[in-house]
Design a protein around this ligand. Structure first.
Ligand code: PLZ
Length: 453
């Protein structure tokens, strides 16, 4: 199959696509190369790409390119298509909504689906207290608004974030993000009143959760003090920073300190949210109940939508008109979100993510036992990773990571990396993937690793 017209309405994705890996050309094939040449001429160089293929369809656990290659998808477009690409309920809901009305601006004239998404978020996020939600477009925009809300509520300005954190690419969220290259380098000056303290990173710091929390809190008390601090912002499991899972007790200790000191505790669940880690939200697994939660990615089956959800008294503190945006909570994105949430709940995808976690944990630990270059295996549910190192020194091995990535892509697997040191291979399959495809994808990754000297 060679698909020459990549805009053809005849191309149908979704779970009906043959669920198979199929490599019929070199990667990238001729059609993909043509698109990449046009991209270089038309699209700003700063907008990169990691898989060099022209996508024409995707669904279930595969992604098909314009040359007819079918890739096993182990990335979900960075943890977005948890329900799978073009999931049937999402397609149906979007088609219905797009024919009904496409936009009003919710802050001009409200509509039902926005309110229903807010109700669903208030019900699903951790905490039994009364909640409110506000909808936005991207993860970064949700994080920015969570900080705005925390500052307005506390009448304080400082924000504490952590080593290895990733929160976005806008000006404030660049300041909140730790890693300079590629996210921040040359793009400053950055927003003020952001303080960075050490994360709990058990594989590299060897500290218990209590010790790591004490280290972080003592620095907070020296660098900024609670009376200047509006919020502590943290990813329960760090995403771009390397799927760093904090030691047990770290997050509850931080939350307790925040609660005791009039500081808003914000969990950034943009990457960990919506069934991904084997619970609806990762916070549940660490025994924390954040004051505010930011969500995006997995919320709407691929349509752009994000949210801040949390305690009513905090969320309601800002004046009417203080929060908004032209597109936030767009009706098509809201329709997609309602269909996506229904899919997680009706199709048992929280349980499915936990099952995928058992499979991934077993396979990755077996690989680790057979290869000392796999220094650490960590994560939860369908958000697992392995950290590649020089076995002699424990130093991060980014070059090996790049070789494994390239070999896996050439063999028809969409694979993602991450990590402050660029040495982490992460697994974020759609929850709609079959065990068979997932195992085949892992076989390819293992072969890529053992072939890479
Ligand atoms: N918070 C925890 O993971 C987005 C970034 C991809 P946006 N992570 C993927 C890239 O290279 O730009 C992310 C996240 C966490 C916030 C964000 C930001 O979400 O929707 O990309 O703005």
């Amino acid at each position: 199959m060679t698909v020459t017209d990549t805009t053809s309405a005849a191309i149908v994705g979704g779970p009906g696509l043959p669920q198979e890996r199929r490599v019929v050309t070199e990667i990238p094939g001729p059609q993909s190369r043509r698109l990449l040449e046009r991209k270089a001429q038309a699209v700003a160089k700063g907008v990169g790409h990691s898989i060099p293929v022209a996508t024409v369809a995707a669904g279930g656990g595969v992604l098909v390119d314009a040359d007819g290659n079918s890739f096993i998808d182990l990335g979900s477009g960075i943890a977005v298509t948890g329900v799978g690409n073009s999931a049937p309920r999402v397609v149906e809901a979007v088609q219905r909504q797009v024919a009904q009305f496409t936009h009003t601006c919710f802050t001009i004239s409200p509509y039902d689906s926005y309110v229903e998404v807010a109700e669903a978020l208030n019900r699903l996020t951790p905490g039994d207290f009364e909640k409110r939600s506000a909808l936005f477009n991207s993860g970064a925009e949700a994080v920015e608004n969570a900080i705005k809300i925390a500052r307005h509520y506390t009448k304080k300005q400082g924000v504490v974030v952590f080593d290895h954190a990733y929160h976005g690419r806008t000006n404030l969220t660049m300041a909140l993000t730790a890693k300079s290259m590629p996210y921040k380098s040359g793009f400053g000056p950055f927003a003020p009143e952001v303080y960075r303290v050490p994360m709990s990173y058990p594989y590299r710091d060897g500290l218990t959760g209590a010790e790591a929390a004490e280290r972080a809190i003592s620095q907070i008390e020296v660098q900024v003090r609670a009376d200047n601090l509006a919020a502590i912002l943290i990813e329960p499991i760090q995403g771009e920073g390397g799927f760093v899972v904090p030691a047990e007790g770290f997050l509850p200790a931080l939350q307790k300190w925040a609660n005791d000191n009039g500081v808003v505790f914000i969990a950034d669940e943009v990457q960990t949210g919506f069934a991904r880690t084997g619970t609806m939200f990762a916070s549940e697994q660490f025994g924390i109940v954040p004051d505010l939660v930011t969500t995006a990615k997995g919320i709407a089956g691929g349509l752009p939508l994000s949210a801040v959800t949390g305690r009513a008294e905090i969320m309601d503190s800002s004046h009417a008109g203080g929060l908004g945006g032209t597109y936030g909570g767009n009706p098509i994105a809201c329709a997609a979100a309602l269909a996506t949430i229904e899919t997680y709940e009706q199709d048992g995808l929280v349980e499915r993510a936990a099952e995928i976690g058992t499979l991934l944990t077993g396979r990755l630990n077996a690989m680790r036992a057979g290869d000392p270059r796999i220094g650490d295996v960590r994560g939860r549910g369908a958000m697992m990773a392995m950290e590649l190192v020089d076995p002699a020194t424990g130093r991060p091995d980014a070059a090996l990571t790049s070789r494994v990535l390239a070999a896996a892509i050439a063999q028809g697997v969409v694979l993602l990396t991450c990590g402050t040191y660029g040495n982490v291979i992460r697994f974020l399959p759609p929850l709609a993937i079959s065990d068979e495809l997932l195992n085949e994808g892992l076989d390819i990754v293992w072969k890529a690793l053992t072939d890479a000297e």
